[in-house]
Design a protein around this ligand. Sequence first.
Ligand SMILES: [Zn+2]
Length: 122
Amino acid sequence: MTITDQQGRAIAYLLHEIRPDWGIASLMSLIDKHRDVPSLGALIIAAITKAMEPSCQTPAPIFRPGPHWPEKARPLLARAAPCEDHIGQDGYTCRSCHADVKAGIRPADRIGKHHEPESEEP
Ligand SMILES: [Zn+2]
């Protein structure tokens, strides 16, 4: 699902109440960059869990896959993880990886994952 402006704002204000050191403007721009989430509830659980970790200095780790997300949400997050080989691309939809597969230099199961052609089995 995609987070709406109103939902994003609500989460930013809620997190700011828990963590006054996390600014509302930076929370909103962070949420804006990660609008596709497994569900609103899953995002709120993950966000509050991270906000309550004193060792978590910035809100950025909220959107990384990890145990702070409800278990059902985790497989969906892995899909949205960034491509290991191409900076700025999502692993599941990486254009460069898909182009490599078409060109026959990357197996289809290595989309979004690190792949070295030399290490391929003959
Ligand atoms: Zn890629």
